[in-house]
Design a protein around this ligand. Structure first.
Ligand code: C2E
Ligand code: MG
Ligand code: MG
Ligand code: MG
Length: 287
């Protein structure tokens, strides 16, 4: 009620901002509750080598399970989580789960690299490198089994801090990927300075390249440029055999998309590796 009166007393132009701040705060509070109650989960999507079809790695993707069993897409809550800062805790949660999954798979004799997404908020954390190192040491996991994906937009804010943290992670042995490449901002400029091992081509690249010769040559040019900079290329969002043929022709080496595998719970990944079900009967108390 008091909030309602407060909003009513504002000038017209302020309404939208205040309302969206209140919505953000509500989403953030619900996310915090969801994390405590175990409703935040991690799905894994396979990434394959184009050449021989072997599993190269998996990407960890956050999921919010509603009481009715449906999953809320991160696209609908990650932006609010970023604006309120709660994404920092989500990223840490996903990272912890991912590292422990990588440890388990290595123990089972099926080592798999795991890729996590770090938002700008996480990349700005002062003790980022120490906490990642500590986590890897605790799980006795070789850092080369961990990859961190950074969206182009995270590089726009404070490039110096981000580059410093990314360089520290890379020195540790963690691999760095530029996510959603080509979807947003001035990319070529920072490719020069940014220490990445992998470039993930945004799926919009494929949707245009499929039926347009100019886009196709652009795709080939980007792949060529990445090769010269010793960066591997992942094509994201491959949904059709035509798109698979297209990226094969363009010499893209890695592929991720619904055509080859959707994100699923860890149990699905275990099953695809012929490992037995290890689903715990209760929530893992360590997370
Ligand atoms: P992203 O990092 O670019 O992840 C790839 C997204 O593309 C995932 O969406 C995945 O499900 C989707 N995708 C994969 N293959 C296909 C395909 O063939 N077709 C289509 N249409 N989509 C495909 P998802 O899981 O909904 O995640 C959306 C975004 O949310 C991610 O994009 C990432 O930016 C963000 N996100 C997800 N998990 C985390 C997290 O733990 N931390 C942070 N900071 N962001 C996350
Ligand atoms: Mg990603
Ligand atoms: Mg992406
Ligand atoms: Mg993204």
């Amino acid at each position: 009620m008091a909030v309602g009166l407060f909003i009513a007393s504002l000038a017209d132009g302020d309404h939208g901002t205040i309302r969206s701040r209140l919505q953000d705060a509500a989403v953030s509070a619900r996310l915090s509750r969801a994390m405590r109650s175990g409703a935040i989960e991690v799905f894994y999507q396979p990434i394959f080598r184009v050449g021989d079809g072997a599993l190269e790695s998996v990407e960890a993707l956050v999921r919010w399970r509603r009481p009715d069993g449906h999953y809320v897409s991160p696209a609908s809550f990650v932006p609010a989580a970023e604006r309120t800062g709660v994404i920092g805790r989500i990223d840490r949660f996903v990272l912890t789960r991912a590292v422990s999954a990588a440890r388990e798979l290595a123990d089972a004799g099926r080592p798999v690299s795991i890729s996590v997404n770090f938002s700008a908020v996480t990349l700005a954390r002062p003790a980022l490198e120490q906490s990642v190192r500590h986590l890897l040491e605790t799980h006795d996991l070789d850092p080369r089994f961990l990859q961190v994906e950074i969206t182009e937009s995270a590089l726009v804010d404070d490039l110096t801090t981000v580059v410093r943290h990314v360089e520290a992670l890379r020195t540790l042995g963690v691999r760095i990927a530029i996510d959603d490449f080509g979807a947003g901002h001035a990319s070529l400029n920072y490719l020069q300075h940014f220490p990445a091992d992998v470039v993930k081509l945004d799926r919009t690249f494929l949707t245009t390249a499929a039926d347009d010769g100019r886009s196709r040559r652009l795709l080939e040019g980007v792949v060529d440029m990445c090769a010269r900079l010793h960066m591997a290329v992942v094509a994201e969002g491959v949904e059709s055999t035509d798109q698979l043929a297209l990226i094969r022709e363009a010499n893209v080496s890695l592929v991720q998309g619904f055509l080859l595998g959707r994100p699923g719970p860890l149990q699905e990944l275990r099953a695809s590796l012929d490992l037995p079900d290890r689903r715990p009967s209760q929530h893992d108390p360590s997370t």
